[in-house]
Design a protein around this ligand. Structure first.
Ligand code: 13P
Ligand code: SF4
Length: 354
């Protein structure tokens, strides 16, 4: 990266001292991670943001829904800044609040809403988190989805259901792989079709009503790539993120959040061969962090998360230098009414055991 910009970022951070706290998601570019005070998966970053009451400015190097969650979890006198407002998440965009409200009306009409608890992946707008809070549900991330889903399925006792938003793969993988549920217990709710494209009987029989959303990066990993890696690399270990499709997760040796992927590889013996199915910035960094292990990317034609990559050093420098000059750029402020209900759902997640 540009040495001039590196120097400017250093100078701005030094000038701001404890007044700024920089959070970096594991998918961020190396040039940005270099200036992060902490790095983490989305769960850890949500907790780290909440644990920083003394810093008036939180610069969130990640995507929009993460910055919104940080704003909800931090105090009123703190400002969360997203260095590029165009850093969204294509999965989060697959569920609009209007569609989710309509879907709930469909569940009411089908007579199943009173037995259904919403479980919403962190990768969603604050408005959908608020919907979740209002309907007795919880937020989850990929690191606590098992506990969150187990809690939600038990909430209504026998015959209880979950509406899982917006990532069908995380919902299905957690239900089947972690909780021993069956694929037959899952249906996919398509928001573009009346009643989600499902019959009343299908909604009644289902345990998991999965929103039709997915990650455009992780959705591209294939079972063929896993099989090819197993043929080509002796004793290879395959580790993937749970946003991957079900057949990919089933074929992998390990599955976990970005933080878990790092920790699993960190604790493996020297000389272990890995192929990793997650975003490319992280996979490259793993190679540099653990040179004594052999780390390869699961699929050649899968690339960076383009929205995560929008946060680059020029944007970070702009956000930091603006603060030095007394200007706040790109603040993320969630409407207080929305934030209140979203916080209920987020707090339910933070209170889950483990
Ligand atoms: P983690 O919670 O595992 O960091 O995942 C966030 C994400 O957006 C994965 O695509
Ligand atoms: Fe969203 Fe996928 Fe990017 Fe994660 S990797 S931020 S789920 S688009």
């Amino acid at each position: 990266s540009d040495p001039g910009l590196v120097e400017r970022a250093r100078a701005a951070k030094a000038a701001l001292g404890d007044r700024v706290f920089v959070l970096g998601h594991h998918y961020q570019r190396d040039e940005v991670i270099e200036f992060a005070d902490v790095t983490g998966d989305s769960f850890k970053l949500a907790r780290d943001a909440a644990a920083r009451p003394d810093a008036p400015y939180i610069v969130f190097c990640g995507v929009h829904f993460m910055a919104e969650s940080a704003d909800i979890l931090t105090g009123d006198d703190q400002t969360v800044i997203l260095p590029d407002l165009a850093a969204g998440c294509s999965m989060a965009d697959m569920a609009a609040i209007r569609q989710v409200e309509d879907a709930w009306d469909d569940l009411v009409e089908a007579g199943v809403a009173d037995r259904t608890v919403p479980v919403t992946y962190m990768n969603s707008s604050a408005a959908i988190k608020a919907f979740t809070g209002r309907h007795g549900g919880t937020i989850c991330t990929s690191s606590n989805a098992k506990t969150a889903l187990g809690w939600a399925l038990a909430e209504k006792g026998e015959g209880g259901k979950v509406l899982f938003l917006p990532d069908q793969h995380l919902g299905r993988n957690t239900f089947v792989r972690d909780l021993g549920g069956s694929l037959d217990g899952c249906v996919v709710f398509d928001p573009h079709q009346p009643m989600g494209g499902l019959t009343r009987a299908e909604l009644e029989d289902a345990t998991m009503i999965l929103w039709r959303g997915h990650c455009s990066v992780h959705g591209r990993f294939t079972l063929e790539a896993v099989e090819q890696a197993r043929r080509q690399i002796p004793d290879v270990k395959v580790i993937v993120h749970p946003e991957c499709r079900h057949e990919v997760v089933e074929a992998a040796d390990e599955v976990g959040s970005t933080e878990k992927i790092i920790k699993t590889i960190a604790s493996a013996p020297d000389g272990t061969s890995w192929v990793v199915g997650t975003e490319l910035n992280l996979v490259r960094r793993l190679g540099a962090m653990f040179p004594r292990q052999k780390i390869a990317f699961l699929e050649k034609n899968v690339c960076y998360c383009s929205t995560m990559n929008r946060i680059d050093l020029p944007h970070l420098v702009w956000a930091l230098e603006s603060l030095v000059e007394g200007r706040v750029v790109n603040p993320i402020r969630v409407d207080p009414e929305v934030a209140h209900h979203a916080r209920v759902a987020l707090d339910r997640m933070l209170a889950l055991p483990g």
